[in-house]
Design a protein around this ligand. Structure first.
Ligand code: ADP
Length: 539
């Protein structure tokens, strides 16, 4: 075949850090450490440090393709480790420290990690797991106590005179496990090319609005789906990065203010804590322009609250399996002519795909459903940064045409927006129809006295399942069940009304800060509606 006559430029992510070193050498990276201290470095220094780390890994006998794990929050050393590990051809495996011991044991052994770089705060996990981790030969602490040596000394023994390992753009560079709500966690193996294409898509203003002018504080950990790509896209744009190892809202607000943060990103739970804090203290974030909310559905009340403070909201959907960006809700044409409520409705949907991702919905027989804003079906996606096969799996996770079943249920609208109605395992099946747990929760948190809400299906003798709504009251108020019902009636169909509302002090969350419906269902396993029996006799 005759090739074109342009240059061969493999899409390797080392080009990102080279670019940052050349074009944004003074671009600032700020770290707020767990002990309260602040350090500052630049892309120029990070690039040099990453080369030193690549040399240090080679000195340990680490080879391209070997797995280098991290158990760490966000900070400059973690960033150096990302580029250092992939720069010598290694595969960076970011471990979520909030996983259970069984999962931690499984994933490090399954990944066959050879080196583990960890935060001092996670020493108890390391000590506990060491006897169970069979393949890890070297443990290096990112931030050792003053009288001990660690990451800094380890890399500073090298001179940084190093050429990145070259190779195929389809070579693997990263490994991230899904939290595995059923069965063992599953590994997603990213490639240089998939990550580069994802990064290029992320530079679109419709995704996170990142630019050279931006000051970005991701409140999403580097172990949660690659901090949604911010450490890669940051190198491409030269945006100032603010990394924090501590997500307490008072720390976040202080950083927003002191570092003049313009862009941030996090799961709804993060914003929920922030809202509570700000409501209590009256803190402000004068420079914040845009936040991206994803990982779970962003409630309308949250979107409104941020907009009332002059912050634009981008609502994103994605998964570990999609690198993670699948969609993001940026303003469409005609935005300024839309009314306030219309804009909120638009943002409450999960947004549109960037170029590179394709979506479709299918019914139970795998028939493709229309994008009519009404049909609801299993959401499938495909594209060059969507998973083909889980790490070490025997079979592909995507079908022969590349369609990957996301496990979500969604509606596609004629204007190109996608709306998640539920995860297929969370949807409440009542009398052959589906009730969206997300919509119920969304409506409930629209009541100002409700801090958080979760809806689950409880077995029902007549209807199969009926909704139970669990509610956490905001800041110790005493809102009643009747008041919440009055509010819900205005927002959801009458047959969606929960059969019971239970007030709880807190709701369980997963290792990535999402509502854990699995745990909640377990907690309410023996729950029965008091009216269930009498309902059977009716009609
Ligand atoms: P885990 O499955 O371990 O929670 P992920 O972070 O990969 O890990 O989760 C992906 C899932 O999160 C999606 O399949 C979807 O159910 C949910 N999700 C992500 N973003 C949104 C969103 N904006 N709205 C609703 N659900 C979302």
């Amino acid at each position: 075949m005759r090739l074109g006559e342009m240059q061969d430029w493999p899409l390797r992510v080392t080009r990102l850090v080279d670019h940052a070193e050349r074009e944004h050498a003074d671009g600032e990276i700020v770290t707020a450490w767990a002990d309260g201290s602040i350090t500052r470095t630049t892309w120029g220094t990070v690039a040099r440090d990453a080369r030193k780390m690549a040399q240090a890994l080679e000195r340990l006998g680490i080879k391209p393709g070997d797995r280098i794990a991290t158990l760490a929050m966000n900070h400059e050393h973690h960033l150096i480790a990302w580029y250092g590990a992939v720069g010598m051809g290694g595969i960076l495996h970011t471990i979520n420290p909030r996983l259970f011991d069984d999962q931690l044991e499984y994933i490090a052994n399954h990944a066959e990690d050879r080196v583990l770089l960890y935060d001092r705060a996670f020493t108890p996990i390391v000590e506990r797991m060491k006897p169970k981790w069979k393949t890890i030969e070297q443990y290096i602490c990112f931030d050792p106590a003053e009288d001990e040596t660690g990451f800094r000394e380890w890399i500073d023994a090298e001179d940084g005179n190093y050429e990145w390992v070259d190779g195929d753009e389809r070579a693997p560079l990263g490994l991230c496990y899904t939290s595995g709500t059923t069965g063992n966690p599953k590994g997603v193996l990213y490639e240089h090319r998939s990550t580069m294409l994802h990064t290029l898509a992320q530079l679109s203003p419709d995704i996170m609005g990142l630019s050279k002018q931006a000051v970005v504080l991701p409140i999403v950990p580097m172990f949660h789906a690659n901090a949604w790509g911010v450490p890669w896209a940051g190198a491409a744009t030269g945006a100032k990065l603010v990394l924090s190892a501590d997500y307490r809202p008072e720390r976040m607000c202080q950083l927003f203010r002191d570092e003049k943060v313009t862009h941030s990103a996090g799961v709804p739970t993060v914003w929920l804590t922030m809202i509570e804090h700000v409501e209590r203290t009256g803190e402000t974030f004068p420079d914040l322009k845009q936040v991206t909310i994803g990982g779970s559905a962003a409630p309308r009340a949250m979107i409104r609250w941020l907009r009332d403070r002059g912050v634009a909201v981008g609502h994103a959907w994605g998964m570990t399996e999609t690198s993670p960006i699948g969609t993001c809700g940026a303003p469409p044409s005609g935005w300024d002519q839309m009314g306030d409520e219309e804009q909120v409705e638009y943002i409450a949907r999960q947004g549109r795909v960037p170029f590179g991702v394709e979506l479709r919905i299918v019914d139970d027989e795998d028939n493709v459903l229309p994008r009519d804003g009404k049909s609801s079906g299993r959401l499938q996606c495909r594209g060059p940064w969507v998973i083909k096969r889980y790490f070490k799996a025997e079979e592909d996770a995507a079908d022969a045409d590349g369609w990957f079943d996301t496990g979500d249920v969604a509606v596609l609208h004629p204007d190109g927006t996608m709306q998640i109605t539920d995860r297929s395992k969370d949807v409440i099946k009542s009398g052959g129809e589906w009730i969206s747990s997300i919509e119920l929760e969304n409506a409930a948190v629209g009541h100002p006295a409700v801090a958080e809400a979760a809806a689950i299906g409880i077995p029902h003798p007549k209807w199969d399942e009926r909704p139970l709504l669990c509610v956490v009251r905001a800041n110790g108020n005493d809102v009643s069940e009747a008041e919440i019902r009055d509010h819900l009636r205005k927002h959801v169909a009458s047959w969606w009304m929960p059969d019971a509302i239970e007030f709880v002090d807190e709701l369980p969350h997963t290792a990535t800060g999402k509502l854990s419906k699995l745990q909640l269902r377990e907690q309410f396993r023996d729950y029965r509606f008091s009216n269930a029996e009498e309902m059977v006799g009716r009609d």
